[in-house]
Design a protein around this ligand. Structure first.
Ligand SMILES: NC(=O)c1ccc[n+]([C@@H]2O[C@H](COP(=O)([O-])OP(=O)(O)OC[C@H]3O[C@@H](n4cnc5c(N)ncnc54)[C@H](O)[C@@H]3O)[C@@H](O)[C@H]2O)c1
Length: 368
């Protein structure tokens, strides 16, 4: 490639927030494969700025995000996040202090969680093979059960009361349902399942159903059906091939997507995108899994969820071909049997990362 062609290629600036537990090792692995990919393809450049915001920072300074931190993040094209949570900090402090403190002000209202069975891996379901389980779960990510509304009175007394109020705004529901229909429309099967609990929750969830019905009128080519969340767990296990795109509330989709990840083989594979579809703020990409205290520091965490998150990030910023090449490299490595213990293998994090970089090195470049 000529020097002038090189100068013309886009450069993306990525903020990394490795945070806690296995977060730093999987983000380090993610950065390594992204650098290898950008070097090999030479169709884009990528730079990284690391933010040392973690439970350690919180314990030292009393804050996860320093003053002005969100403004610093805003300068970047996207955020690659590890995981937050430490054994000696209550989970609601760490989650609200870092992850939700980015998602909510940045209006990353669409949480997108694709799941499928990779070549070379196995579902724990007896009859599910590659292609039989291929879903995208769209999770409402800004309100619902995680709106943060509620309170506690008479703390510690026998008559203590605590409330946790779910918030469903028509604006919030409409935008996520519309986003889900658009996602379903772009996929070959054009099917959307709306998950609800409107039999028991007769206000917010009934409005959720009504809005879904209204938005459906704008998408006549999408086949839509409705499932109660409890029945949905059964359908995911018994008839995985009957599902494609799924939309659910913040809490319902949080739970269903962990089940989805396990049914596809391991939580160590599953990615998440926290998207601001307006693109006013950077979107944030992270593995579904948490800090995994039980394996922290052992070097055996599966980096594939972070690689898939990195691929989703590439697609979002406009590098769809690079995203496809990265996933292909990861699947080839799984096929070669270079997988971590959660997938039944013996490889460690560094082995899998090195194998993915090797596959990237083998990509045959198109002549330009
Ligand atoms: N987005 C986030 O930052 C996020 C998400 C979930 C949990 N958390 C936090 O993480 C901490 C631990 O939570 P948890 O134990 O419920 O969930 P977890 O996802 O951290 O771990 C659940 C199980 O899955 C395994 N696991 C997870 N990721 C793996 C990987 N990449 N490779 C191999 N095995 C993997 C762990 O070893 C563990 O046995 C808590 O503080 C929780 O609040 C954070």
């Amino acid at each position: 490639m000529s020097p002038s062609a090189l100068a013309a290629i886009p450069t993306y600036s990525i903020a990394t927030i490795p945070a806690d537990g296995i977060g730093p090792e999987v983000v380090e692995a993610g950065v390594e494969v992204l650098k290898a990919l950008s070097q090999k393809l030479a169709t884009f450049r990528i730079t990284f700025e690391n933010f040392d915001w973690s439970s350690e920072t919180y314990k030292k300074t009393g804050k996860y995000i320093p003053d002005g931190g969100l403004e610093q993040l805003k300068k970047h094209d996207a955020i690659l996040f590890g995981a937050v949570g430490a054994p000696d900090v209550p989970d609601h402090i760490s989650l609200w202090g870092l992850r939700l403190a980015i998602c909510q002000p940045f209006q990353q209202y669409a949480n997108v969680r694709p799941t499928r069975i990779f070549r070379g891996t196995q579902s724990p379901l007896r009859n599910a093979n590659i292609g039989d389980l291929d879903w995208v779960i769209v999770r409402e990510n800004s309100e619902g059960e995680y709106a943060g509304q509620g309170g506690r009175s008479h703390r510690g007394k026998a008559w203590e009361v605590a409330t946790e109020t779910s918030i469903f705004s028509r604006h919030g529901v409409e935008r996520i349902i519309r986003f889900a229909f658009e996602t379903a429309q772009k996929r070959p099967r054009k099917m959307l399942t709306v998950v609800t609990k409107s039999n028991a929750q007769r206000n917010g969830m009934v409005m959720w159903d009504e809005v879904a019905h209204e938005v459906a009128q704008d998408f006549p080519d999408v086949k839509v059906d409705k499932m109660l969340v409890d029945a949905m767990t059964v359908r995911m296990v018994m008839k995985p091939g009957s599902l494609d795109t799924i939309v659910a509330t913040n809490l319902h989709a949080d739970i269903l997507s962990d089940l989805a990840a396990a049914l596809a083989g391991s939580i160590g594979i599953a990615p998440t995108s926290n998207l601001d579809p307006s693109r006013e703020n950077p979107s944030m990409f992270e593995p579904i899994h948490g800090s995994a205290f039980d394996i922290t520091g052992m070097g055996i965490s599966n980096p594939v969820a972070t690689f898939w998150s990195a691929a989703e990030m590439l697609e979002w910023i406009g590098e769809a071909d690079a995203a496809r090449q990265l996933i292909e490299a990861v699947e080839k490595v799984c096929e070669r049997g270079v997988v971590t213990a959660d997938l039944g293998g013996k490889a460690n994090t560094k082995d899998v990362t090195a194998a993915v970089c090797e596959e990237i090195e083998k990509i045959a470049l198109k002549k330009i």
